[in-house]
Write a protein that binds this ligand. Structure first.
Ligand code: PHE
Length: 339
């Protein structure tokens, strides 16, 4: 009897099953009422009394081992056979959260869209720039306050290298490698050394535009800006130009649009003037054309520049500039519909 038990123990060690049927056959063979182990149990009565203890223990060991082996085969067989790599395919599908475009990207794209329909192409340039492209080529005098450390971030070890304070540097880069007609817009991030508050940040975004050709006039500038304002803020929008000063344009102007909250009647938003400022513009100063290799006796041009944050604030009434860089998803989600 002990020999028979030993033989079965070895057999069980080597058992394998490749299907549910094979597994069931093994269970019947060893563990069912008429199986091999139960047969031995029945024979146990005839074992001599002095051997009962030893045979009994062996028999129990055999039964446990058979049960364990068959359970293990079942588990291995099931986990390999369901083909899901442990994924729970019965779990319900949950709604997948989609991201939303950032409000500044939405507005920047809209600006780009309007100007590309007017024939402008996009130009790009580095954010870490040199003095020439940001200031000197743009006709900034040597002692202009913008060149002060308080307004501009300089790279400490290289006094000539700085973070661009406006994307006019891209205009300079376009002029130095091409001849008119030039018609580009330059969207991008710019940096200024300002204390961060609800109305100022140390970086923001601009879109500047440049058009140079023969006979470009202030009338062309005004018409393009009117077209832009009406596409951006609605067909009823009026514009007005106020004389201003920039080193790189002459004459220069700042442009206001009629306040779209009160329709020009006057409200706290427009400080009861009926107008809100949206951009700077002017005719490119001949000195800038010359500094960038363009003959100012043959060509004239206009330029304009606007802050994307400013336009976004006006369009969506965002009161605090800091919201744009805080990545608060509750704020960003509000622009889902504008995507
Ligand atoms: N570069 C100016 C600024 O950053 C904007 C501007 C561009 C004004 C072109 C006039 C013409 O404020």
């Amino acid at each position: 009897m002990l020999a028979k038990i030993e033989q079965l123990l070895q057999e069980i060690d080597g058992l394998t099953a490749h299907s549910a049927e094979e597994l069931e056959a093994l269970r019947i063979k060893y563990l069912s009422k008429k199986g091999a182990i139960n047969e031995l149990m029945a024979d146990f009565r005839s074992v001599p009394a002095e051997q009962k203890k030893e045979v009994g223990m062996k028999l129990n060991e055999l039964k446990n081992k058979a049960q364990e082996r068959i359970a293990a085969l079942k588990e291995a067989f099931e986990s390999q056979d369901n083909g899901t790599d442990g994924l729970d395919l019965t779990r319900t599908a949950y709604p997948v959260e989609l991201g939303t475009r950032h409000p500044l990207s939405i507005v920047r794209n809209e600006i780009i869209n309007i100007f590309s329909r007017l024939g402008f192409t996009i130009a790009d340039g580095p954010e870490v720039e040199d003095d020439w492209h940001v200031f000197s080529s743009m006709n900034f005098p040597e002692d202009h306050p913008a060149r002060d450390m308080q307004d501009t971030f300089f790279i400490e070890s290289h006094p000539d290298i700085l973070l661009r304070t406006h994307t006019s540097s891209v205009q300079s880069r376009v002029m130095e490698v091409s001849q008119p007609p030039i018609r580009v817009i330059c969207p991008g991030r710019v940096y200024r050394n300002e204390a961060i508050s609800y109305r100022a940040h140390c970086f923001f975004h601009q879109v500047e535009g440049l058009y140079i050709d023969k006979n470009v006039s202030f009338t062309d500038l005004k018409q393009v800006l009117l077209q832009f304002a009406q596409e951006m803020f609605g067909p009823e929008t009026k514009i007005r130009l106020r004389p201003s000063y920039f080193p790189f344009t002459e004459p220069s102007a700042e442009m206001d649009i009629s306040c779209d909250i009160c329709g020009g009647k006057g409200c706290p938003f427009c400080k009861y003037t009926g107008w809100v400022e949206i951009l700077g513009c002017g005719m490119v100063d001949p000195a800038v054309l010359e500094a960038n290799g363009i003959d100012s006796k043959v060509y004239t041009g206009y330029a304009f520049g606007m802050g994307v944050e400013r336009i976004t604030n006006l369009k969506y009434k965002v009161k605090d500039l800091r919201m744009f860089s805080e990545n608060d998803t509750r704020f960003l989600k509000e622009f889902e519909a504008a995507n």
